[in-house]
Design a protein around this ligand. Structure first.
Ligand SMILES: *Cc1c(COP(=O)(O)O)cnc(C)c1O
Length: 389
């Protein structure tokens, strides 16, 4: 039930109003505190209201908000330089959200293949690439299949973590393969250790582009700046959003120069590359690039996984999986949605991307004490669930 009839209902929302946040804690209008292991769907890289973001916003807001996309601005140039240096890719095209960034990647790939009549992009079942029509069409979410027909044509779907299945679908119309290095919304599905390397070999052999959707895995989430760096490969196109803005909306498509074939007018957006959000993204990258920061993400990630494994043993849950601070735990009884609701009532925010798993994506600077507190609260919820069963 929606208590605010002027707010269009597009997702179920509990009847509380969030008013402030600090670090790993989110507070509602009644003063209730929630330990936040969702963090706005993995966007609050540094937690709620981090000082560095507030300072960057204030400093940039008093100088220049938006000169318009048809001018260079300082933070835009600075952010593009940093993203290229950090990723080893050559050029950056900005956007405002993940879906829009993937849209840019799809367009770039189609333009790249146009001279030889190639436009098909191979994507994977249970993938999530966003909610614009093309990004929905690229996604492998079964619930979306009947929605908003007709879809954008030109996407072929195969099982995730199956290189042979991709090879079988390649033909003269194929231009690219697009995957998430770890499927996020699909339930934190980590592929085999050689999947991305073999995908890179395959796409090179057939002259296809490899597009990595790192909107969820990028900017330190999995313990390295980009997840692809753990696999020793260089993709052709990488898309970022979520964590890049640390809470403000920004997206960035990174590409190798050989692929950069957009001409004037092909791509753009009124807000793309605006000074305000670019300045914030620079501040976020500053923090994540601090010596020891990513090492800490890996350490706290291991700690989080070990605490979840202990809970899994105590409460007969299934496996724990993930990388860095993107984790999931299996709920074999198919009751993750109930657990999520009970956890909410107990002041703990977790996400149930599907009935058989819970996903955790805390701030990258989450503390060991906060992980212990999460485990304590989740343990109580699981205990109560068991008493009911
Ligand atoms: C969230 C997400 C998107 C969509 O991003 P929006 O900013 O919601 O449009 C795309 N791909 C992946 C992997 C995501 O996790």
């Amino acid at each position: 039930m929606n208590p605010y009839p002027c707010v269009m209902s597009v997702t179920p929302r509990p009847p509380v109003t969030m008013v402030k946040g600090q670090g790993s804690w989110l507070y509602d209008a009644d003063g209730r505190a929630y330990l936040d292991f969702i963090q706005g769907w993995a966007v609050n890289t540094l937690g709620h209201a981090p000082a560095v973001v507030a300072e960057a916003l204030k400093a940039q807001a008093t100088r220049l908000l938006n000169a318009g996309p048809a001018f260079f601005n300082g933070p835009m140039i600075e952010l593009a330089d940093r993203l290229c240096r950090l990723s080893g890719l050559d050029q950056v095209c900005f956007a405002n959200s993940g879906a829009e960034t993937n849209e840019a990647a799809i367009k770039l790939a189609r333009k790249y293949g146009q001279h030889r009549g190639a436009f098909q992009i191979i994507t994977t079942h249970n993938s999530f690439h966003g909610r614009t029509l093309a990004a929905m069409s690229a996604s492998g979410k079964p619930q979306w299949e009947p929605l908003f027909e007709p879809k954008v044509p030109g996407f072929v779907k195969v099982p995730f973590d199956d290189v042979e299945a991709i090879e079988r679908e390649i033909n003269e119309r194929t231009v690219a393969v697009m995957v998430e290095p770890i499927q996020g919304e699909g339930g934190v599905i980590v592929p085999g250790a050689d999947y991305l390397r073999r995908l890179r070999e395959l796409t090179e052999r057939y002259g296809l582009l490899l597009i990595l959707d790192e909107i969820q895995t990028g900017v330190g989430r999995t313990g390295t700046m980009f997840a692809f760096q753990q696999f020793g490969i260089r993709p052709d196109i990488v898309t970022l959003a979520k964590g890049l803005g640390g809470g403000v909306p920004i997206g960035a498509m990174l590409a190798r120069k050989e692929v950069c074939c957009f001409e004037a007018g092909d791509q753009g957006g009124t807000f793309a590359g605006n000074a305000l959000n670019s300045a914030v993204a620079c501040a976020v990258l500053d923090e994540v690039s601090q010596p020891g920061f990513l090492n800490r993400v890996r350490e706290t990630g291991h700690y989080l996984q070990s605490r979840l494994e202990r809970l899994a043993q105590e409460h007969r849950l299934g496996g724990v999986r993930g990388r860095g601070l993107l984790c999931a735990i299996e709920t074999p009884a198919g009751n993750s949605i109930e657990i999520q609701a009970e956890a909410f009532a107990a002041g703990l925010l977790l996400n149930a991307p599907r009935p058989h798993c819970l996903r955790l994506m805390p701030a990258l600077n989450v503390t060991v004490d906060e992980i212990d507190e999460m485990a304590l609260r989740l343990g109580r919820v699981l205990e109560a669930q068991r008493a009911l069963a």
